[in-house]
Design a binder for this molecule. Sequence first.
Ligand code: NDP
Length: 358
Amino acid sequence: MVYPDTFEGFAVHDTKKWSTVEKIEFKPKPFGPYDVDIKVEACGVCGSDVHTVTGGWEAPVLPVIVGHEIVGKVVKVGDKVTTLKVGDRAGVGAQIWSCLECEICKQGNETYCPKWVDTYNDAYPDGTRTYGGYSSHIRAHEHFAFPIPEKLNTLGVAPMLCAGITTYSPLVRNGAGPGKKVGVVGIGGLGHFAIMWAKALGCEVYVFSRSSKKKADALQLGADHFVATGEGENWNSDLKYKLDMIISTANSTKNFDFDAYAIMLKVHAKFIAVGLPEDQFQISGGTLLKNGCYIGSSHLGSRQEMIDMLNLAAEKGIESWYEAIAISKGGIKEALERCHDGDVKYRFTLSDYSKEFA
Ligand code: NDP
């Protein structure tokens, strides 16, 4: 019987046919006292979904059901759950579990727990595979299920569960605020949030995109300055040693001139790559020495940061720029292919779940 014994979802069975999905039933992990079951109502389509189904990072375990920007209604809660109740709206992002016992977890760094489990294409310690939000339901420990403020609409908030938090966390952890000059590289799902958060936090925002096609959008999202990096030489010449941090959301390294970005940082400032290209950045010897800048990354964000981000969005009226697309074999195919081609402003949210999942 589909729910509560099994869930249903749209799975990719072959990375060579990465946009072709078939509906399958799967068994979720055993229900624990801290678990909640959520009937999914919406799910964003993330660049990571594309890296995974194409096998671009590494071969996924097939069949794979992706989707980690999930919002829906809580339909069941375990005995010990205190943060959600049946009927609440809740979201789940790209992480579904961590041990919550180690020092790393206790310090609010659960996204760096050595035992972390991804929402899809991963396995719990007992071996149960994880399946994402292109599905009827998702089961999660309450720590990884977040109450959604009433003001935020379901389709618009879904992309925040991954794209939103992945850009919010490094901004706040690195002191984004009034007086800070923040560079954002790439205007896609993550990048468009980075611009909105940086602006909402009071920063001066510099946006770097490969062409000027997205300039009007960048300015509307809140950018103070826009630079097209692929339309001429010396695009960085006025900006050397000016920026307090750069958040790079680039998901490829094709023609990525790392040195040209790094030299725009102030002394000891940070280049934070949240984008996860399938190939490697080329960094010339001596580049980092010129300003002593640091290169780093950032993984999602903590539960507290997720709650703070959702509250900030509710307070400031921030939501994703999204295109809704009804979940179905055809809808998923279109969303994955257009996301792969960068043909979306700036996130797809899969909708109309009740038509596919009774
Ligand atoms: P999108 O495809 O929506 O956006 C990526 C953007 O990167 C593009 O729109 C483009 O912006 C820019 N870009 C692409 N190639 C290049 C390049 N060669 N040089 C410069 N800019 C480039 O993807 P998402 O925003 O959904 O995801 C971005 C990345 O973040 C992915 O690799 C994803 O896996 C990763 N990710 C990381 C997480 C983490 O925890 N760190 C969590 C979730 C996702 P433009 O056209 O403006 O140049």
